[in-house]
Design a protein around this ligand. Sequence first.
Ligand SMILES: *[C@@H]1O[C@H](CO)[C@@H](O)[C@H](O)[C@H]1NC(C)=O
Length: 283
Amino acid sequence: MGVSSNGFLVMIMVMVATLALCSICVNGGNFDQDFEVTFGDGRLKRFGRGQLLTLSLDKVSGSGFRSKRQYLFGRIDMQLKLVAGNSAGTVTAYYLSSEGATHDEIDFEFLGNVSGQPYTLHTNVFTQGKGGREQQFHLWFDPTLKFHTYSVAWTPKMIIFLVDNMPIRVFKNHEAKGVPFPKNQAMRIYSSLWNADQWATQGGRVKTDWSKAPFTAYYRNFNANPNHAAATAAFTDGKWQNQELNAWNRRRLRWVQKYFMIYNYCTDFQRFPGGVPVECKMF
Ligand SMILES: *[C@@H]1O[C@H](CO)[C@@H](O)[C@H](O)[C@H]1NC(C)=O
């Protein structure tokens, strides 16, 4: 009697543990189930039960993957640990994109650098096939030492780019002023590691040092929450319809933009002699 009720208890505990684990695999994302290789087969490796993935780049090829699912709004989180040491010439891209000539795209690109010099985080937003909305940042930490979380929170009203939950960039819906906003085309999540030494590092002056190859970037804890009502709620006054960050997050965004932004298309007056794009004049 005692033994069998103990056995029963153990069985219940195992069932609960299994259920808990499974809910993690469903919500938490899994590199085995949710992603497919786009190029560089064999240079992409998965570890554990799909919890960790690595991409590598050598002289012959880089590598990449994409999500099988498409997303229209939601919050996407990915933890990345970037190529360490001399990563000059390498680019690790992590972005959302739809397909076709008038595609929409939300970009994070990490441009490598020589040892000891900072990575550049390059961001862009394409709407209806048109980009040219670059903002670049240095980071307040070394992104090669540990995993950090890079996220996109996307609703019909706004896109927030986040680094470790810190808002670094907001692109609002200004359709009323004639600026297209990504809201009709579902996007896949893409990532790739490739050689871009013609332009990536210090304007293309520093080339990839192939004696350091293969270069490796690490991915873990992918999470996609397609519920757009929840995607930006923590950063606004709690409703997704609100286009305004709350005061705390406005302050955090200003801090990043003041101390870490190194390029902003909105203040590049030489590039836009006829005036910067419309969305730059709106807040
Ligand atoms: C590399 O380091 C230089 C010097 O600190 C810096 O100006 C540049 O923004 C860094 N990033 C890239 C991608 O060149």
